[in-house]
Design a binder for this molecule. Structure first.
Ligand SMILES: CC(C)(COP(=O)(O)OP(=O)(O)OC[C@H]1O[C@@H](n2cnc3c(N)ncnc32)[C@H](O)[C@@H]1OP(=O)(O)O)[C@@H](O)C(=O)NCCC(=O)NCCS
Length: 186
């Protein structure tokens, strides 16, 4: 399905995708609790199309948004990884770190743990000078992950969603940045 390196952390495996991942990926994308910060639940076709884009990113960049496995517990709990934003903004071109986990696996530190491995790969293996992350201002859980990682925001970097109107709850976005020299692996 997707080529690419495998990263291991204390509790997680960040690995290339397999065909079996598409079903649990569609389930989490259809879950209103997961999708609330993403513009609403997505159907199977949308989910599969996103997975195809992720596979293509691995082919092009050699890294991407890894499938996350909890060894011995769950073969697929979501994705964590690196990608180039698909829209133009004041901070693009850039490489973004992002995450999306099944609801049952929130509140355990997995997003932060996996993201540390992805940041480390980005800075030490992929040679990136800076990694950004962004989300709706209201997405406090995602912002908390960014802050735990040591990423920092500046009001000058705030921006608005390119496809949503000013009345939409996800319109106002905040950008976080981390430069290679600021990265402190554990
Ligand atoms: C964003 C998202 C991945 C964050 O998940 P999360 O579980 O809050 O983040 P983490 O995995 O880092 O877990 C942190 C929490 O686990 C707790 N935790 C429990 N055990 C822990 C452990 N062993 N180590 C570290 N933290 C632990 C932390 O205290 C923290 O809890 P808190 O939120 O009550 O402060 C999740 O909400 C999600 O998938 N949302 C939908 C998709 C989305 O919005 N993606 C981002 C779009 S920009």
């Amino acid at each position: 399905m997707s080529a690419g390196p495998t990263l291991r952390t204390e509790r997680l495996i960040l690995r290339p995708w397999r065909r079996d991942d598409l079903e649990p990926f569609a389930a989490l994308n259809a879950d209103p609790r997961v999708a609330a910060t993403l513009g609403g639940p997505q159907d199977r076709a949308f989910s599969d199309a996103l997975a195809e884009r992720i596979f293509a990113e691995f082919e092009t960049a050699g890294y991407g948004r890894w499938a996350v496995e909890l060894p011995g517990v769950a073969p697929f709990i979501g994705f964590i990884g690196l990608a180039a934003p698909s829209f133009k903004a004041h901070f693009t071109p850039a490489i973004e770190i992002g995450w999306r986990l099944a609801f049952d696996h929130w509140g355990k530190g997995y997003a932060t743990e996996g993201a540390r491995a992805a940041l480390d790969f980005g800075f030490t293996k992929a040679g990136l000078a800076e990694i950004v992350s962004f989300t709706a201002k209201s997405n406090v859980k995602s912002r908390a992950v960014m802050e735990r990682l040591g990423m920092h925001s500046d009001p000058k970097d705030d921006f608005n969603h390119v496809r949503l109107g000013p009345d939409h709850p996800l319109y106002h976005h905040v950008l976080y940045r981390l430069r290679r020299e600021e990265w402190k692996p554990r």
